[in-house]
Design a protein around this ligand. Structure first.
Ligand code: PMP
Length: 413
């Protein structure tokens, strides 16, 4: 490089920007990722992250399962495996799903690298650039990232305290189709929604199924939190009442541990075949070691008893958050009251902006995720997601008090 010509490689932030595929432009770090380093400082109460609290897991049992796997079955556990997933684990997954009314055959299941990869595979199989995916407003940030990466257009549909509003769903379907666009599926999180903390009521489940059946629209039911309800039995999955119109996604991340990266999709037979082909081209096979370790854990441990313990631990934290919110938040602040899962969705008084307020909150040693992260279109600035899954109840109470003080200061400005 001659001395008088500037080296363009050193003047640009990203030297490869002109070479990326069009889809790569949609790949940006989520607001949550950017927050991680700040929120993980010990003095900050993080109500931002949604990491499961796995401190209660029986490490001796898990350790025994992993050790025996290596010693007794290492040649299989450390080899490539089936692209569809281990047959024994798929059988056990059928038992797990029976708790939500789903009667599946192991052959209907494809095991994935967390349910995150299942969202990716379904989108890869169905969506061309410009296709529409209907999502709730707000929706899961990780799924929005997938839809963006495949250059889909996301159309949000309003929710209320009972979940997605059926009339709004019907109108959105009609409006998108009237504009000549193809809708590939309705992506929904019916239980303990991330980030809204809301569940779809029984009556709404019937309506949503009816509407989508009439419109011949596939449903992508993403259900990682279904077994983490604080009251009564798990709600019936949409898939339980429609085997042809619903692709169901499940995960061991919240009922066991996310580090194994094992989730699954249950789909109509033809779709399942395409998902396996997509899985094989993406990873050859889901990690056999993780699958066999989970399979052994499910066999040798009272895993449902463990899920009950998780529920109690999360309930205590939910209670702490709701009590602190009721005690500390200024009037005109509203929030959802989750019956399970990890999240509360809070709406600030008019005129406040959660993204603009975040630096002040972090200075006051509390972090949250601004609502805009959960919309494809910039909405949500008056809202935020608060997670209660990780901090202790005392820290949650302290974090909410700090947040309320920041909101009060903003109101006085
Ligand atoms: N869907 C939703 C709604 C989630 O909240 C998450 C995790 N935060 C996932 C999917 C992905 O979970 P995993 O890949 O660990 O199964």
């Amino acid at each position: 490089m001659s001395a008088d010509l500037p080296d363009v490689r050193q003047t640009r932030l990203d030297n490869y920007v002109d070479r990326y595929a069009a889809r790569t432009k949609g790949m940006t770090a989520s607001e949550i990722r950017a927050l991680f380093s700040v929120a993980s400082r010990p003095e900050v109460v993080s109500l931002a992250g949604g990491m499961p609290n796995i401190a209660g897991l029986p490490l001796d049992v898990v350790g025994g399962a992993v050790r025996d796997l290596v010693v007794d079955n290492g040649a299989v556990a450390m080899q490539y495996g089936s692209g569809q997933g281990d047959p024994t684990l798929r059988d056990q997954i059928c038992d797990v799903m029976r708790l939500e009314g789903i009667d599946a055959h192991p052959d209907d299941i494809v095991v994935t690298v967390g349910s995150q990869q299942a969202v990716d595979l379904v989108t890869r199989v169905f969506c061309d650039p410009g296709d529409v995916v209907i999502c709730e407003a707000p929706s899961y940030v990780g799924a929005l990232g997938v839809f963006r990466a495949y250059q889909c257009e996301v159309v949000h549909v309003a929710m209320d305290d009972d979940g997605v509003v059926p009339e709004a769903l019907e109108q959105a379907i009609a409006a998108v189709r009237a504009a000549g666009k193809k809708i590939k599926f309705f992506y929904t999180i019916p239980n303990f929604h991330n980030p809204a903390g809301i569940s779809l009521s029984d009556e709404r489940r019937r309506r949503v199924l009816e509407i989508c059946q009439r419109a011949d629209l596939l449903i992508l039911e993403d259900n990682p939190y279904g077994l983490l309800g604080f009251d009564g039995e798990p709600q019936r999955a949409l898939r339980a009442d429609d085997r042809e119109g619903v692709i169901y996604l499940g995960s061991f991340s919240k009922t066991f541990a996310p580090g194994f990266r094992v989730g699954w999709a249950v789909a109509p037979h033809a779709v399942r075949e395409k998902l396996v082909l997509a899985q094989e081209s993406a990873t050859l096979c889901p990690p056999i070691f993780s699958q066999l370790a989970i399979s052994s854990y499910l066999m040798r441990h009272d895993w449902l008893g463990q899920v009950k313990q998780f529920r109690e631990m999360y309930r205590e934290r939910r209670d702490a958050m709701l009590a602190a919110l009721a005690d500390k938040m200024p009037a005109a602040t509203t929030w959802t009251r989750p019956g399970g899962g990890f999240y509360v969705w809070l709406t600030l008084p008019d005129g406040l902006d959660s993204k603009a307020m975040l630096p002040r909150a972090v200075t006051a040693r509390v972090a949250y995720v601004p609502g805009t992260a959960f919309f494809a279109d910039g909405f949500g600035s008056q809202c935020m997601r608060l997670s209660y899954c990780h901090p202790t109840p005392e820290r949650i109470t302290e974090g909410v008090a700090r947040l309320a003080a920041v909101i009060n200061e903003e109101l006085e400005l």
